[in-house]
Design a protein around this ligand. Structure first.
Ligand code: ZN
Length: 86
């Protein structure tokens, strides 16, 4: 593993513990593309199990360190083409 992947959780112990979650299900996780996501809620879907609503985390919720930028998140999730091209 190499590249420009940042190590989330290196800014403070609180975030590191929130991500590791030995005794609980972490709500802050690194998703595809190395984007740090925080679960902000549950959504009920018809005929399906409740799903988690994830939102990219731009600043550490504990110490305020800038973790990633909107541009970085957009670049990393570039596989998702949600921008109109014409
Ligand atoms: Zn932090």
């Amino acid at each position: 593993m190499s590249g420009d992947g940042k190590v989330f959780g290196s800014c403070c112990v609180e975030l590191k513990e929130a991500m590791s979650g030995d005794d609980f299900e972490p709500l802050i996780t690194v998703g595809e593309g190395g984007i740090l996501y925080m679960s902000v809620g549950l959504i009920e879907m018809e005929d399906e199990e409740p799903g988690m609503i994830d939102h990219p985390v731009f600043f550490c919720p504990f110490c305020g360190t800038k973790l990633q930028t909107a541009d970085e998140v957009r670049a990393k999730s570039g596989a998702i083409e949600d921008e109109p091209t014409n």
